[in-house]
Design a protein around this ligand. Structure first.
Ligand code: GDP
Ligand code: MG
Length: 433
């Protein structure tokens, strides 16, 4: 039998035979790489396609040495983009690539791709999550973190001071604030010190303490029907969900048979006016608007007058987003309120601050400053369906005791829910129902 010929280097490089195991690429400077590139080009240009075996081995070794050898398994197919740098397990396509390999390996007819697309197997449409599931999934990351950290501390049976200290740190890191952390650890010390305790029991105590703080602030927004219109002013930092919440509220009140009017008080940006107009069109509400750049307080004045003349039940006034530390913008907000009061001294009847649940400690300062400057009467916490940080709402409730009227659990018109303390506590303390 003829001796099996070892495949040549070019054969292995361009296909066929065993792949060459790459030697670890040595470190090079850019200049060295460039030089090696030039040498390689010259060698390849000059080399016949089939080299005598000793030259082949020498060339291969030189390429290894230069770190320039691309092995067949690492070489991308022609026309394919080069893979991103970094180890494959850090690339998002790594798992997919692995799966493809498995499919290819078990494919009985290799290299023959089906000419017609395979019809997708009909699957059940994804079940619509109810609002609690949306809330729970939004709070899942912080709740998982909290659950994990608590489980890691409460491994011993008997509750001791060291465990309480660690729990305090965990709660502070989870945005609950020092006061709340102390309350929880005090409750545990009082009832369970030196006694057996599990991490589940710790979470139950935490959940109960959260309910105690949140229950008093979970208040629905009561519309005084004696006010026509009932004026709601929406304030908050840019992107926290003012306009979206107005749209959701317009839909809610419209469904209750009320006539709703909207005022496009974010006069800075044309897009903001259009965004409110879209919500108005969707919910059948009249939108009071002026060209971009108009004075926001003038618009608010006219809107209250119009709503009064037309006998609207609810007027929702949008405002431009503003950072609480921008004094001139906060003064502008004060002016809007003063001007509204010229039409109706009791208005605005509710001033709602939207808080983005993905924000951490900064939300405390938003509540404080908007509270002082705009006389916020209630809160709406939005984006609780995102990767929300729930602890901060507990800290806010403890510090300011402002009513929390609604929570936003999505971008859709129906994704607004009355705030419910128990559900929130359950979702954050990691219990599902
Ligand atoms: N996931 C999610 N997105 C929201 C929610 N509320 C608002 N958004 C989104 O947040 C972004 C900013 O909202 P917007 O109402 O324009 O904020 P504004 O600048 O305060 O008026 C938009 O993309 C909204 O769709 C919510 O409850 N959940
Ligand atoms: Mg807006």
């Amino acid at each position: 039998m003829a001796e099996q010929k070892k495949p040549g280097f070019f054969q292995r490089l361009f296909g066929g035979g065993e792949p060459v195991k790459p030697a670890p690429a040595p470190e090079h400077t850019v200049a060295e790489d460039l030089e090696a590139d030039i040498i390689l080009d010259e060698v390849v240009d000059a080399a016949p396609l089939v080299l005598p075996p000793d030259q082949e081995i020498a060339l291969e070794a030189a390429m290894h040495e230069a770190g320039l050898l691309i092995t067949p398994e690492a070489a991308p197919a022609e026309g394919e983009p080069l893979p991103p740098a970094g180890p494959p397990e850090t690339r998002p396509d790594y798992i997919e690539a692995l799966q493809d390999e498995v499919v290819e390996a078990t494919d009985p007819v290799p290299n023959i791709a089906p000419a017609v697309p395979v019809p997708a197997v009909p699957t059940e449409p994804p079940k619509k999550q109810n609002w609690f599931q949306r809330l729970a999934s939004g709070l899942k990351r912080s709740s998982d973190q909290l659950t994990g950290s608590i489980a890691a501390v409460f491994t011993k049976k008997k509750l001791d001071q060291g465990m309480l200290d660690e729990l305090e740190d965990i709660l502070i890191q989870s945005d609950f604030g020092v006061d709340m952390a102390t309350t929880v650890t005090d409750a545990l010390r009082r009832d369970r010190f030196d006694r057996d305790i599990t991490s589940e029991e710790v979470r139950e105590v935490l959940s109960a303490e959260i309910v105690k703080v949140l229950e008093p602030v979970a208040q629905p927004l009561a519309l005084d029907t004696g006010k026509k219109p009932f004026v709601i002013l929406m304030v908050g930092v840019n992107g926290t969900g003012k306009t979206t919440t107005i749209g959701k509220l317009a839909s809610l009140y419209h469904a209750q048979g009320k006539t709703v009017m909207l005022a496009a008080g974010d006069t800075f940006r044309a897009a903001a006016i259009e965004q409110l107009q879209v919500w108005g069109d969707r919910t059948g509400a009249t939108v009071i608007r002026k060209p971009p750049g108009s004075d926001a307080s003038g618009l608010a004045y006219e809107a209250v007058e119009r709503a009064r003349e037309e006998g609207a039940d609810v007027l929702l006034i949008d405002t431009a987003g503003r950072l609480q530390n921008r004094d001139e913008l906060m003064s502008e907000l004060e002016k809007i309120i003063r001007v509204i009061k010229k039409v109706d001294p009791t208005a605005p009847h509710a001033t709602l601050l939207t808080l983005d649940a993905t924000t951490g400690q900064n939300a405390l300062s938003q509540v404080e400053i908007f509270g002082k400057r705009a006389g916020v009467t209630g809160l709406v916490m939005t984006k609780l369906d995102g990767t929300a940080r729930g602890g901060i709402l507990v800290a806010i409730a403890r510090k300011f005791a402002l009513p929390v009227h609604f929570i936003g659990v999505g971008e859709g018109v129906d994704n607004l829910e009355p705030f419910a303390a128990r559900d929130f506590a359950q979702a954050i303390a990691g219990n599902t129902r």
